[in-house]
Design a protein around this ligand. Structure first.
Ligand SMILES: *Cc1c(COP(=O)(O)O)cnc(C)c1O
Length: 465
């Protein structure tokens, strides 16, 4: 076969992709009919495709490119590390400098006594590690019956069998099942499920479902609770202020370990280094990935508190778990350099003091659009809830996702990447986005909403369920 390069015609690349490449979360047959989009380069907040379009990436890839695309320092860090030590494992009584340095750096950055790091290559893998960590912990503590992990419906924790089972997405469970010992409670999604309660009362009620579930199962059966500070893939669902304090109280009352999945919210996304700081949560384990390397290398980690690490570490038996690439030196070196950039460039301050306030004003102003029923923005993760009736917080009569998809298609046509989760439009741009780029993002979002609105009206889809 000839060498495949960026310079092949788009149609040829699309045909090869359709013939051989199976895509995640995709119907490959449907995609082949439409023709896949080929991304050929990126810089800053912009992607370039094979047709020469310059697209503003409102999603930072998959919520991960925190420092923006095309940073030479990260390419240099990878090249340097590959030349020095391209790979070695951290099993069998060995280590290497990048893994040591990154673990120490994460312990320094993470709040409280989260001082111990178990490396993985993704968020899903790190959450699989967490399942073993908490169950192993209770085993050693002489409470092997504490095995159940409680999570939330419409939470997202990855798509390995473990991660996908922790997640509360029925369509993922439907793809091959879910592992046992995981229970789900309701999500703190006031707009969709709060009915006529106040957000505060609803947040409290949803948190108290944790207590009810613990009592139903028996506290002596529950190992841990896991949640995202702000649900990302579920649609940027920001919990009411009453929610996390109540979850924390319940976990403490029953001695249930608290795992906070910071795969999206870590490394500046919410305007603090971690979402735990924004929502004042004190976890026993934190999951990180995505922004840890700004997506330049696949890497994730579980950051573990002293108590759990000491109990597992002081047992004379091994903790029988690990990945060939746990603490991969190139990934670790790139992550370390990425963290240096985040700190030296003041990126968290930029989010908090510049980008968030600037975007907030314009983002919330989109609430005046006839289709937008709610706007949310925490740091630089935001959503627009589409509705045909704001007053009643109504759903569209059309098949769930159809309206959101139409808006997303207009966004693509207008060179903006904005995702949709059913009828929620979501953004999570690179954290380095400037006010000028925010103006472009919001202008394109509004134009896309306007165009989709007209199309929805024209096609007779402006109907309440
Ligand atoms: C993306 C994500 C994961 C999974 O990470 P992968 O690197 O895709 O395995 C886990 N948790 C949350 C909150 C995520 O957003």
């Amino acid at each position: 076969m000839n060498k495949i390069t960026n310079h092949l015609p788009t149609a040829e690349l699309q045909a090869l992709d359709a013939a051989h490449h199976m895509h995640p979360f995709t119907s490959d047959g449907q995609l082949a009919k439409r023709g896949v989009r080929v991304i050929t380069g990126a810089n800053g907040v912009y992607l370039k495709d094979s047709e020469g379009n310059k697209i503003l990436d409102g999603m930072a890839g998959l919520w991960c490119v925190n420092v923006g695309y095309g940073r030479d320092e990260l390419a240099e860090a990878a090249a340097r590390q590959m030349r020095e030590l391209s790979y070695y494992n951290t099993f069998f009584m060995t280590t290497h400098v990048p893994a040591i340095a990154l673990a120490a750096k994460l312990a320094e950055l993470a709040p409280g006594d989260l001082n111990h790091v178990f490396f993985a290559s993704s968020g899903s893998e790190a959450n699989d590690t967490n399942i073993r960590l908490v169950r192993r912990y209770w085993d050693i503590k002489g409470q092997p019956e504490r095995r159940v992990i409680i999570a939330r419906r419409n939470g997202y924790h990855g798509s390995t069998m473990g991660g996908g089972s922790l997640g509360g997405m029925a369509y993922i469970h439907a793809a091959g099942g879910k592992i046992d010992g995981i229970e789900h409670i309701g999500q703190p999604h006031w707009w969709a499920e709060g009915e006529d309660m106040t957000p505060e009362a609803f947040g409290l009620m949803r948190a108290q479902e944790l207590e009810a579930k613990i009592l139903e199962l028996g506290a002596d059966k529950v190992a841990a609770f896991i949640g995202e500070p702000v649900q990302g893939a579920g649609g940027v669902i920001v919990p009411p202020a009453t929610y996390w304090p109540e979850i924390q109280r319940i976990c403490e009352k029953y001695g249930v370990l608290l795992i906070v999945d910071e795969v999206i919210t870590g490394f500046g996304r919410t305007g603090n280094m971690f979402g735990c700081q924004t929502f004042n949560i004190k976890p026993h384990i934190m999951t990180v990935a995505k922004g840890l390397s700004s997506g330049y290398q696949p890497i994730g980690a579980s950051i573990v508190c002293d108590e759990i690490a000491h109990v597992i570490g002081n047992d004379e038996d091994d903790f029988n778990h690990g990945y060939t690439y746990s603490g991969h030196p190139v990934a670790a070196a790139v992550a370390l350099e990425n963290l240096r950039i985040i700190e030296d460039d003041g990126i968290v301050d930029h989010v908090r003091n510049v980008a968030h306030p600037y975007l907030a004003e314009k983002w919330h102003a989109l609430a005046d659009h006839p289709m937008v029923g709610q706007t949310t923005l925490v740091g630089l993760m935001g959503s627009l809830q589409l509705t045909p009736n704001k007053e009643k917080r109504a759903k569209f009569a059309a098949k769930p996702g159809r309206i959101g998809y139409m808006v997303r298609e207009r966004c693509f046509a207008n060179n903006l990447i904005m995702r949709h989760v059913y009828e929620r439009m979501i953004i999570s741009p690179p954290l380095v986005i400037t006010p000028e780029e925010i103006d472009i993002l919001v202008a394109r979002a509004r134009l896309s909403l306007d165009e989709a609105y007209k199309q929805i009206r024209d096609e007779g889809l402006w109907q309440e369920a």
